[in-house]
Design a protein around this ligand. Structure first.
Ligand code: FAD
Length: 446
């Protein structure tokens, strides 16, 4: 089959590689000057950094993890790291997830968190229904104490929205419920670990996270046209035309609001739904520093409080690979989400560094390099009507004969490993079409 794939992020390139291996004739069209999308990295003064914030290689699925490692050059091309994440909680570092670190809080805060946790647990056992908005969900699930001491300030900083106006459905399955026993143990000072699927991760030895996409493109057996925005996609009988060229199948991975105008056949009500899908953007700032001693053995640190500055997370990026910073130097990346209100300048970035200095994260007097990048599509804006809206949008695409997937191609809160897992599903779907010769509805289960 002759297949057009729109967008050369990890979704588009991984699918292209899989289809080309089956002998299909695959063309990937990418608006930007190079592939990578949200997985791109760049260099400045010998420092490498990921343009869209801290990325790590991990997956719950072993086959997907192996696929990713292989693209990065196999075991020799990646570094294995233990995840050491903390929350900067006032004057101290608390292990993450916060529930598992509750014994590190002040005695008063520990008591408040546990009191709320037990109360919430009892209420759930008594049948309290799962709230539809995220604010109430936090209290329902974790209680007032955890809400006040971490969940509310952190999430308000990240999502930049009143949490009462945000849906709770996105957290289902994403935030695993810690067993009561683990939390009780944590409260009396016996450390327990949460999110164990991420406790070990990998990172490309050289080139930053983008190495994953570079390795997917190299030897991939497909055509990649960069600097080629997709402007028009039309149906021609049982075939399709993309920018005038004929294809048997079109797969989209471009953020839906950035591609809808290219599809004249999208009905007005679906188009209106797509246009209402707003993203949350991200400014990611690189701080390169001269080091007298190695950085603390941390992977990343969450910053929940406004007085710590606008960044919600700082990655200790030179800890990921020795090649991420020049010898004798270290690097950090600070992530600031934005709804368009943050226009970064060097002065703004230096102020951010000063605040991180005051929060005890980095020594801003040792700064040698500052750089930043803004991405428009970083997080999904989970408004209360999001589920209904996206269900209508996906339904149209899945009936249309086109396939759409990807973080914003389908609006799923997916990491790159889940994008690759989706590509594997689409790959299986295309095999089905190729064998039967008849179009079929894609099988992308929620
Ligand atoms: C802060 C942050 C942290 C993350 N951390 C991790 C992590 O630790 N590990 C992990 O695995 N994942 C992580 N992710 C998720 C990961 O970045 C995404 O899941 C993945 O990169 C999405 O890939 P994609 O191909 O679906 O979309 P994208 O990367 O957005 O690709 C879409 C492509 O479409 C192109 N495009 C746009 N318009 C057009 C047009 N008109 N014509 C042609 N092309 C067009 C764009 O230029 C882009 O290249 C993180 C994401 C963020 C924001």
């Amino acid at each position: 089959m002759k297949v057009a794939i729109l967008g050369a992020g990890i979704s588009g390139t991984s699918l292209a590689r899989m289809l080309a291996a089956d002998g299909h004739d695959v063309t990937v069209l990418e608006r930007s000057d190079r592939p990578g999308g949200l997985c791109r990295s760049r260099s400045k003064d010998g420092f490498v950094y990921d343009e869209a914030g801290g990325h790590i290689l991990f997956s719950k699925r072993q086959d997907v993890l192996e696929w990713m490692k292989l693209r990065c050059g196999g075991d020799a091309g990646v570094v294995r790291r233990e995840r050491h994440t903390r929350i900067r909680w006032h004057d101290r570092y608390v292990p993450y997830p916060f529930e598992n670190g509750v014994g590190h809080l002040t005695r008063q805060a520990n008591l408040e968190c546990m009191e709320g946790y037990v109360e919430a647990y009892v209420q759930r056992r008594l049948g309290a229904p799962c709230p539809a908005n995220f604010h109430d969900w936090v209290v329902w699930r974790m209680g007032e104490g955890f809400a006040r001491h971490f969940m509310f300030p952190y999430n308000e900083k990240l999502w930049k929205r009143d949490l009462r106006t945000m849906a709770s459905s996105w957290v289902a399955g994403r935030v695993p419920e810690a067993p009561m026993r683990d939390i009780l143990q944590a409260s009396i000072g016996v450390d327990t670990q949460g999110y164990t699927h991420q406790s070990v991760f990998y990172f490309p030895l050289r080139g930053g996270f983008e190495t994953l996409v570079r390795g997917t493109v190299e030897g991939g057996g497909f055509r990649l046209h960069c600097g080629t925005a997709v402007e028009r996609v039309e149906r021609r009988g049982t075939r399709f035309a993309v920018n005038g060229e004929a294809f048997d199948l079109v797969v989209n991975t471009v953020p839906l609001p950035q591609i809808e105008a290219a599809f004249p056949e999208i009905p007005p009500e679906v188009r209106a739904d797509i246009r209402a899908l707003r993203p949350i953007g991200l400014v990611n700032v690189l701080f390169g520093v001269k080091l007298d001693a190695p950085l603390p053995d941390l992977s990343w640190v969450y910053l929940p409080f406004p007085e710590q500055g606008p960044a919600n997370r700082v990655t200790f990026y030179s800890n990921y690979s020795p090649h991420n910073a020049p010898p004798g130097h270290g690097s950090f990346m600070a992530e600031v989400t934005t709804r368009g209100e943050t226009v970064p300048t060097h002065e703004w970035a230096r102020d951010l560094a000063r605040r991180l200095g005051r929060a005890g994260i980095l020594d801003d007097r040792a700064l040698t390099t500052v750089d930043f990048n803004t991405v428009e599509y970083a997080y999904i804006d989970y408004t209360l009507d999001f589920d209904a809206r996206i269900a209508r949008v996906r339904d149209w695409w899945d009936r249309s004969g086109y396939v759409t997937f990807g973080r914003f191609g389908r609006y799923e809160y997916h990491n790159s490993d889940q994008c690759i897992a989706r590509a594997m599903e689409v790959h299986a779907h295309v095999r089905e079409i190729a064998q039967s010769g008849a179009p079929a509805r894609p099988v992308l289960v929620p």
